[in-house]
Design a protein around this ligand. Structure first.
Ligand code: PLP
Length: 470
């Protein structure tokens, strides 16, 4: 590397660290709009080259001008995003610098080995059956697609149908059973696999969003042929967890495959204190979760687990072109476990996070977020203008302010504009609610107190503006 290249990359690293340094004090939401950012980043494709330093400088300005959301900071509570552990950021930088094609062992033995090791650690951490196979796709949506492709293979093979050879168009009918409050990515993955939304059998959910297992028995008894049941650990709004043990019991009695959407909720299994919430989860056939949410690694990294290795492998790449090396035992080729061929070493930050946190560190990170959720609930206990509308079992809180949707919307708008913290909005039980999702290792008790104080001010101002002040 010549002097200029080293100086430039050092400068870029410093620029990135300045951003990380600013995380806890910068305006949390974005303040720049598409027009501002187009002025900065757009224009016609330059005819001639410019210095890399100048190009990267434009990105520093995009951040300085409010074009970046501090979603990995300590007071971002929107969606379910997670932050980034410094060790995972560092491993991600190294993955980029190494630029391995992480699809095949021969193209990157160190990253393939780290992925193999991380896969084993994760199966252990979640208490999944020995022999469970693991893939690292881009996110939970692609984890669903991978797991459900394995499920499709497995249940159709049992019905005497080879779906990889003969496709779906003349295959036996495959029944797919889902809960009413499933995440939208379940439908997305099913659509990619050839199953339309109108073909799904939907089991009603209770007020917390849990699939009503009592309804499952009757439904399955009325279905004939290969069946997949999809359960959820961690509703994206309420955090509610389906009665997974009961679902597995009923579904397996009917020879159905059980897939679990545990995008963030599966992480409860990694905590001795919280594991009871997902009791029986190890009895499912496949699981999808994210590392980029609660494990706090940078985007993008999902995780898929399948308890039937042969189904998993058959559903992914099961023929090798002549130019690819044959698989060698003990040498992981990730192309066998995910839909992609060429891919970045996104599992390297996962390996680094697990290696650095250890079992207790992971558990503490998960439990800490749940403790913060309880602190939030306690802070507003007994306040007439604040209503916690869900049963807070994990890291998700749904809250309403005042006595109509407009007050709740008003509080959210004031908080977003204030920049101290950021919350999104949802509709729960037909009413508007503010979503609180706590998934960042950076969030401290002080951040929670600061956030709670900001909410009190925003609520006061909103009530006063609406002429409803006490
Ligand atoms: C976030 C989420 C997903 C989708 O995950 P991606 O990583 O965005 O693909 C699926 N299910 C649940 C419950 C989620 O919270």
């Amino acid at each position: 590397m010549n002097h200029d290249e080293r100086a430039f990359l050092t400068h870029a690293a410093a620029q990135a660290m300045n951003y990380l340094d600013s995380l806890s004090e910068r305006h949390v939401g974005a303040t720049a709009g598409a027009d501002d950012l187009m002025k900065l980043l757009g224009g016609p494709l330059p005819g001639a080259s410019t210095a890399p330093l100048e190009t990267i400088g434009l990105l520093a300005r995009a951040a300085a001008e409010g074009g970046v959301v501090a979603s990995s900071g300590p007071r971002y509570f929107g969606y379910v995003v997670g932050g980034t552990l410094p060790v995972a950021v560092a491993a991600d930088w190294i993955a980029t610098a190494w630029d391995q094609n992480a699809g095949i062992f021969d193209l990157g033995p160190a990253v393939a080995t780290a992925e193999h090791v991380a896969a084993g650690w994760l199966v252990d951490l979640f208490g999944l059956p020995a022999g469970t196979t693991v893939g690292f796709p881009t996110g939970c949506a692609m984890a669903h697609m991978t797991a459900l492709a394995a499920a499709r293979h497995h249940v159709l093979a049992r019905a005497g149908w080879d779906v990889e050879r003969f496709g779906l168009q003349t295959a036996p009918t495959l029944n797919i059973v889902v809960g009413a409050q499933r995440h939208l990515t379940v439908d997305l993955a099913l659509r990619y696999l050839g199953f339309g939304t109108e073909q799904l059998h939907v089991v009603p959910a209770d007020a917390e969003g849990r699939l009503q297992a009592g309804e499952l028995e009757g439904l399955l008894a009325g279905l004939d042929g290969p069946t997949i049941v999809i359960a959820q650990a961690g509703d994206v709004n309420s955090g509610a967890i389906d009665p997974i043990a009961e679902i597995c019991e009923v579904a397996h009695r009917h020879d159905a495959w059980v897939h679990v959407d545990g995008a963030f909720g599966l992480w409860a299994a990694a905590s001795p204190k919280l594991r009871h919430l997902v009791a029986g989860v190890e009895r499912a056939d496949s699981w999808a979760t994210d590392a980029h949410k609660w494990l706090n690694v940078p985007y993008d990294c999902g995780l898929v687990f399948v308890a039937h290795p042969q189904a998993h492998q058959s559903a992914m790449l099961h023929t090798r072109a002549d130019y690819l090396p044959p698989g060698t035992p003990g040498e992981r080729d990730s192309i066998e476990w995910v839909p992609e061929l060429s891919r970045r070493a996104r599992s390297l930050p996962v390996w680094a996070a697990l290696r650095s946190l250890g079992r207790s560190g992971v558990a503490e990170m998960i439990e800490g977020c749940c403790d913060h959720a309880q602190r939030f609930v306690r802070a507003f206990d007994g306040e007439p203008q604040v209503e916690i509308v869900n049963e807070v079992v994990l890291n998700q809180v749904l809250v309403r302010f005042g006595d109509d949707d407009a007050i709740t919307r008003g509080v959210i708008a004031r908080l977003q504009a204030g920049g101290e913290c950021w919350f999104g909005e949802t509709v729960w039980g037909g009413r508007v609610a503010m979503r609180v999702s706590i998934t960042s290792w950076r969030t401290t008790a002080q951040d929670m107190d600061r956030t709670i104080a900001a909410i009190r001010v925003a609520l006061d101002e909103t009530l006063r503006a609406a002429g409803k002040a006490n």
